[in-house]
Design a protein around this ligand. Structure first.
Ligand SMILES: *Cc1c(COP(=O)(O)O)cnc(C)c1O
Length: 406
């Protein structure tokens, strides 16, 4: 058997679609990839995984790429799961962990989704990929497209962090700056699908990025010896990671691989400069209204509307989690604090999760002894615009006044 996928399933109405050909959405809403989990259970056990290479491809039976196809890979995953005692203590927590995705190819967890999407596109013979992006997804797609020898078109807001622009250019993508945000970039891609022969790699508009992001959940489970944590805080933009992890946990539960029935509470974190998901969550709605005048230094969270909004909100509610908006004005400071506490390259998006943790500890929704996992979704090094440096200069290295160094 080369794949355990049985079919694709519409997330909005459950319609089954064939998986052996290119699919995008159904009724303009995303698709789930479904597997024959009984067959997976008979084929492998957690012990099987132990001897496999430490990349996300170790979960091959739970991934959509048939085993007779080579992945388009840059060696992605598994990422370190680091105990964060110093940061934890400052937040009043004794069991805080950081899942550090900053070390993945192209410096963000977007490589998980794009290795899968590009591998599947390559399998289906796609020649041209296009993507609207807040930054990191474009960089990752450009890299994997280069790796596969596929053409890449990237559309990003004009003020996207310059490193994201650079990584796309260096990988040979055709890059365009757009006077608008990700929905406008998405409309450009949609409009060009026919005439330009593009395959649309937008978040959740093809079924496979979510399967790549799912591996974050599989890794957490394996790294914690199949015992899931109490709370997971995830900086949420398009939502693939949040949705993907919840899918992973449910698949593991069905497989019977989990050591206990406990499922984590999933917390979606956004900035109060762009918080459509917390707003919809608080209002008890299943679909989110677009956010006006979206702005945040955490560029990955600058997603004013998302096609998977209901999947995020369903996940949060099923898991008895919540959605939190944190003050935009505090994100840069939290980023410095967290990096100084742990030495981990915390991105602004993850800094928002630090603030959310603080908020939830103080209002009692997280208890001091809870096992909490906070996602560092990318590397701080990609956000040079977020850091203002005003460093003292030693003009005369031969004559240093040490008492002035502090
Ligand atoms: C894209 C991105 C996010 C949001 O991820 P989704 O899975 O789309 O919700 C968070 N952090 C960073 C650094 C990102 O690049």
């Amino acid at each position: 058997m080369t794949s355990f996928v049985t079919h694709l399933e519409s997330a909005i109405d459950g319609t089954h679609l064939e998986h052996d050909k290119i699919q995008t959405m159904h009724n303009d809403r995303p698709l789930w990839v479904r597997y024959d989990l009984d067959a997976v259970r008979n084929a492998i056990t957690p012990t099987t995984l132990r001897d496999r290479p430490s990349t996300l491809w170790r979960y091959r039976e739970l991934l959509p790429l048939p085993t007779n196809h080579e992945p388009v890979s840059l060696g992605e995953g598994m990422s370190p799961l680091l105990k964060a005692d110093r940061l934890g203590a400052s937040l009043g927590l004794s069991d805080l962990w950081i899942k550090d995705e900053s070390q993945l190819p192209t410096g963000s967890f977007k490589s998980r989704g794009l290795t899968m999407a590009v591998s599947m596109a390559h399998r289906f013979g796609v020649k041209r990929l296009a993507i609207p992006t807040a930054g990191n997804a474009g960089g990752a797609m450009a890299a994997y497209a280069a790796r596969a020898g596929i053409e890449a078109y990237v559309f990003m807001p004009r003020d996207t962090p310059v490193i994201n622009q650079m990584e796309c250019v260096l990988a040979g993508a055709k890059v365009f700056l757009v006077n608008g945000l990700i929905p406008q970039c998405g409309a450009i891609v949609r409009g060009g699908v026919e005439s330009m022969g593009w395959f649309d790699c937008s978040t959740l508009k093809e079924p496979y990025r979510i399967e790549g992001k799912k591996t974050m959940g599989l890794e957490i489970a394996e790294q914690f010896d199949w015992q899931l944590p109490d709370v997971i805080l995830y900086p949420t933009g398009g939502g693939t990671g949040l949705i993907g992890m919840w899918k992973a946990f449910n698949e593991l539960r069905t497989l019977g691989w989990l050591a206990s029935e406990k499922m984590p509470r999933m917390v979606a974190v956004q900035s109060d400069g762009c918080a459509p998901i917390p707003r919809a969550f608080d209002a008890g709605e299943r679909f989110a209204q677009p956010w006006e005048n979206a702005h945040t230094v955490a560029s990955g969270l600058r997603v004013p509307s998302a096609v998977g909004d209901f999947m995020m909100l369903d996940t949060i509610r099923e898991s008895v989690g919540c959605a939190v908006a944190v003050p935009e004005a505090k994100i840069k400071d939290a980023m410095r604090r967290a990096i100084a506490a742990e030495g981990i390259a915390i991105c602004p998006e993850a800094a928002a999760c630090v603030l959310a943790t603080e908020q939830l500890v103080s209002d009692g929704r997280i208890s001091p002894s809870d096992r909490v996992v906070l996602f560092n979704t990318g590397s701080s090094a990609k956000y040079i615009e977020a850091v203002s440096l005003d460093l003292p200069v030693i003009e005369n290295p031969g004559d240093v006044d040490y008492t002035a160094l502090g």
